[in-house]
Write a protein that binds this ligand. Structure first.
Ligand code: GAP
Length: 455
């Protein structure tokens, strides 16, 4: 395997559009600024990312439960949380070309587009406003949530009462969030509608520091486990002046995106800020009763907050590779099998009826377990390249010999190695391979298949 190519954003955008990962939103009308639509492969990638996250942080843990709260939340939520007042960015406008910018993004207080003078900054609230009910009046103003977290805080007592969880425990949620960002860009990195995967982990205040460190490591390792190269990830501590209004401390997990290092996920210590604010504003108790010490107190919250879209972008960039292949360049997405949108492609060598019958049978069988593609168009080499470009880990080829010996070929994406094995053992072998077993040593019986290179 050659050194991974440093990929440009143009290549990722082009591949995403060409192969159906991501399209500009409402493209036929010229696109809607900073909104994106996920195509047939993009939706699989996103589902796999969310599934992997849910499995790690909810399914495999005793101390976590899930939640799915509404996007429209009682407006008092946002007054209490400090978002109405504090979720603002400084907006400036160029006096010459009238483009608008975030004041704190400008280096020398001049317009990045034309160099013109900009206005004094005014604070701009990032929450999207809409109206509940048929009459547009102030009383019915509601906001699209800018983070999923608040839905968790306002349900803290509900979860406590219905699950009988004891501290430390967490509540996890995946869902859409909306921010009327002043400047967007870098493809899906910063958009106005995006998805978050958030954990609010409730702990005894004196253990908050320990849990903060724990989650920082845990979350960093999750990306590595799913294939992101260690050298492309780093932790960055927020400076005091940079902290969100609710945070006592925050470390970002930064990824080396094509445009440079930038935040992939934030891990914050929110202290008791949110629960205290909601207790005061709602008049409802937000305390926890410790039945060992017989104390009532408000827990501290450690919050690992990740973006689904930013994760998708990071996984795409990290998986992208190019290598010389005969006279062409082979483009490969080296996705971890758990994230690959398509796990297996079934490729009959020809469209002859007998071959098609066998291939279709294999296809029907395998798709009960995984997302599988059936492709019988063009040469086998071209079909392999098409699958490489979308990151399919395995191709199964059915040839004329298969009709005689009831064997097929599995071809592996990264090494391009091939093995031939009985159809009867195909599913079990693929299952083991997708779970990460060495491709050519079968767990059952320790059999070693003859390995050949793709020709
Ligand atoms: N509840 C805490 C919170 O929302 P944040 O750092 O503002 O913290 C968490 O957002 C994560 O959500 C970010 O690390 C990023 O992955 C994602 N995110 C935030 N704003 C985004 C945007 N405009 N577009 C895409 N993803 C965004």
């Amino acid at each position: 395997m050659t050194e991974p190519a440093k990929v440009s954003m143009e290549k990722i955008v082009s591949l995403s559009q060409r192969r159906g990962f991501i399209f500009p939103s409402s493209e036929i009308y010229g696109g809607l600024s900073s909104c994106w639509d996920y195509g047939p492969l993009g939706v699989e990638l996103k589902r796999n990312i969310k599934q992997a996250w849910w499995q790690t942080v909810v399914q495999e843990r005793d101390d976590m439960v899930g939640l799915d709260t509404s996007i429209l939340t009682h407006p008092q939520t946002w007054a209490a949380s400090g978002h109405l007042e504090g979720f603002v960015d400084p907006l400036v406008e160029c006096k010459s070309c009238h483009l608008r910018w975030r004041g704190d993004d400008l280096k020398d207080n001049s317009c990045p587009s034309c160099g013109g003078e900009v206005t004094e900054p005014r604070l701009f609230n990032l929450m999207f406003k809409t109206f509940m009910g048929p009459i547009e009046e102030d009383a019915s103003v509601v906001y699209l949530r800018p983070e999923t977290a608040q839905g968790i805080f306002v349900n803290f007592q509900n979860v406590l009462n219905t699950t009988r969880k004891r501290l430390p425990f967490g509540i996890a949620q995946i869902g859409k969030a909306f921010r009327n960002e002043i400047t967007t860009g870098n493809f899906i990195f910063r958009s106005r509608e995006f998805e978050q995967m958030e954990i609010e982990f409730f702990v005894k205040p004196e253990t908050a520091e320990e849990w903060f460190k724990y989650w920082r490591e845990e979350r960093l390792n999750w990306y590595v486990k799913l294939g992101i190269k260690k050298e492309n990830l780093k932790l960055r501590q927020h400076a005091k002046g940079e902290l969100a209004h609710y945070a006592r401390a925050c470390d970002d997990i930064d990824y080396l995106f094509p445009m440079g290092w930038a935040e992939l996920e934030g891990v914050a210590n929110r202290g008791d800020f949110d629960l205290v604010q909601h207790a005061n504003a709602s008049g409802k108790g937000m305390t926890y009763f410790d039945d060992e010490t017989k104390e009532h107190f408000i827990p501290y919250i450690i919050e690992p907050s990740a973006g689904v879209d930013r994760s998708a972008l990071a996984f795409l960039c990290d998986a992208y590779d190019e290598e010389p292949d005969k006279d062409e360049m082979r483009v490969v997405l080296r996705f971890h099998p758990a994230l690959a949108p398509v796990k297996v492609a079934v490729l009959p060598l020809s469209r002859r009826e007998q071959l098609v019958t066998v291939a279709k049978q294999i296809y029907a069988d395998l798709r009960q377990c995984w997302m599988v593609q059936y492709d019988d168009a063009q040469s086998i080499g071209r079909r392999y390249r098409r699958q490489d470009e979308i990151g399919t880990p395995f191709c199964v080829t059915i040839d004329f010999q298969s009709l005689e010996d009831e064997q097929v070929t599995i071809r592996e994406r990264d090494s391009m190695n091939q093995i031939r094995l009985p159809i009867a053992e195909l599913k079990q072998t693929l299952e083991a391979k997708l779970e990460g077993e060495d491709l050519f040593v079968l767990p059952a019986g320790g059999k070693v298949w003859k390995v050949e290179k793709e020709v």
